[in-house]
Design a protein around this ligand. Structure first.
Ligand code: WQD
Length: 337
C-alpha cells in the first residue's frame, strides 16, 4: 500500500519512513529540502534496504500538489510533517509560517479528498496546551491561546482538519508530540539542525563535540524540584512507531471518530539539569553549562498523560531518556567524523 510522507526527509519524517517501510508500506517521501538533505534517502536505504520514492515538491505550490496526487490516485494515506517549526523564527517571520504551515496543509487536504481512501495523520504539538494547569496533560486539557505563530499554526491546523472532516470523507488522527529527541540507533539518520540549534538536545550534543562553547540553561528559578524547566523527552523512534500504528488504525477503520487526538510522550517529566546529568552519564563527558535568564515564551512544565495512546492505540514508549541521549550522541559523533 502506498503512503505519502510530507517532510519525509526531515527529523521525524525520516524516522517514520523507516518504520513504514519496516511494516511493508510503499513510501513516497515529499520534501522541498528547505530543512533537510537529500542524503537522508541514503541513510533510510542503509537501514531498510529500500530507498523510498522521493519527490522534491514545495507544497506551497498548489499546482505542484495537484499534479502529484493526479499521478498517485492509489495513495491510501498521508502523514503530514512538512512545516516550519522554530518557535523563535515564527515570531520574527509569522507570514512565512502561515504560508508554509497553513497554505500547504490546505492544498494537501484538498487533494486528499479526491483519493479513494482519505486517511490523514497530522503532526501536531503539545505546544497547543501552553502552560497546562494540571500535570500530566490529558488530550482534553484546554487549548490555550498560542504564544507563538508556530504554535498558532498547529492549533489552526487542527481546526482546519476537524472542519474539513465534518463535510468530506477525511478520517484523521492528530498527534500532539511532546519533545522529540534522539536518532535511529544505527546512526544512519538523525536530527540535522540548521545553524545554531534552538532545541536543548542538539545544543547539548554540539557542545559536547566542541562546536559550542557551553550550554546556557534558560532559567533555574522555575517552581520545579531543581529550578529548571521540565519537559517530556520522547525518543524519535518511539514517536515514529506511533505514526504507523495510527495509520493502521485508520486503514482498518477502527477509528471511533472522524478525527481523533493523541498525546505522544513518555509520561515522565525531566528537568534540564536531569537531561544534562543523564547526558554526562551516557557520554562519559562533563558538559560545560551556565545558568542564564529564562527564555521568552518558555513554560515551566509539560509532560504527557499517556493513558489514551496506550489504551486506544495500544502504543507506549519503549526507549528511555538515556537511550535517546546515547543515540543523539552517537549520531552527533557520526556526522562530525
Ligand atoms: C527544552 C527545554 C528550554 C535550549 C519546542 C517547541 C515544540 C517542539 C520542541 C517542534 C526548555 C531549555 C533549550 C537551550 C535550554 N518543536 N533549553 N537551553 O521549547 O520545550 O519545545 O521544541 O516540534 O513545539 O515548543 O523545546 O528543546 O527548545 O527546550 O535551557 O539552549 O530546554 O528552556 O526548558 P521546547 P526546547
Amino acid at each position: 500500500m502506498k503512503v505519502v510522507v510530507t517532510g519525509g526527509l526531515g527529523f521525524i519524517g525520516s524516522h517514520t519512513v523507516v518504520e513504514l517501510q519496516n511494516q511493508g508500506f510503499e513510501v513516497i517521501a515529499i520534501d522541498n529540502l528547505s530543512n533537510s538533505s537529500i542524503t537522508v534517502l541514503d541513510g533510510i536505504e542503509k537501514i531498510t534496504g529500500k530507498k523510498p520514492l522521493f519527490e522534491n515538491i514545495d507544497l506551497r505550490e498548489k499546482s505542484a500538489v495537484q499534479n502529484f496526487f493526479q499521478k498517485h490516485p492509489d495513495v491510501v494515506g498521508i502523514i503530514h510533517f512538512a512545516a516550519s517549526k522554530a518557535v523563535g523564527e515564527s515570531v520574527e517571520n509569522p507570514l512565512l509560517y502561515y504560508e508554509n504551515n497553513i497554505n500547504a496543509l490546505v492544498y494537501v487536504l484538498q487533494e486528499l479528498t479526491q483519493l479513494t481512501q482519505a486517511n490523514f495523520i497530522f503532526s501536531s504539538s503539545c505546544t497547543v496546551y501552553g502552560q497546562a494547569e494540571k500535570m500530566p496533560i490529558t488530550e482534553d486539557a484546554s487549548v490555550q491561546p498560542a504564544i507563538s505563530p508556530y504554535g498558532n499554526t498547529k492549533q489552526i491546523g487542527e481546526e482546519i482538519i476537524k472542519d474539513a472532516a465534518k463535510v468530506t470523507k477525511i478520517n484523521a488522527v492528530l498527534l500532539r508530540y511532546f519533545n522529540p529527541i534522539g536518532a535511529h540507533p544505527t546512526a544512519e539518520i538523525g536530527e540535522l539542525p540548521l545553524g545554531v540549534p534552538q532545541n536543548l538536545v542538539p545544543f547539548i550534543t554540539q557542545t559536547a563535540m566542541g562546536l559550542r562553547q557551553e550550554l546556557s540553561v534558560f532559567g533555574n528559578d522555575y517552581p520545579t524540584p531543581d529550578g529548571t524547566a521540565v519537559r517530556d523527552y520522547i525518543h524519535v523512534v518511539d514517536l515514529a512507531k506511533a505514526h504507523v500504528i495510527a495509520l493502521q488504525r485508520l486503514l482498518n477503520q477502527q477509528n471511533a471518530e472522524k478525527v481523533e487526538t493523541f498525546n505522544l510522550g513518555t509520561g515522565k517529566g525531566s528537568s534540564v539539569l536531569e537531561v544534562i546529568n543523564a547526558f554526562e552519564k551516557v557520554s562519559g563527558q562533563k558538559l560545560p553549562y551556565k545558568m542564564v535568564a529564562r527564555r521568552e515564551g518558555d513554560i515551566t512544565s509539560a509532560y504527557a498523560n499517556t493513558d489514551k495512546a496506550r489504551e486506544i492505540l495500544g502504543w507506549q514508549t519503549e526507549l528511555s531518556l538515556e537511550e535517546a541521549l546515547a543515540s543523539a550522541w552517537k549520531w552527533e559523533q557520526k556526522i562530525r567524523s
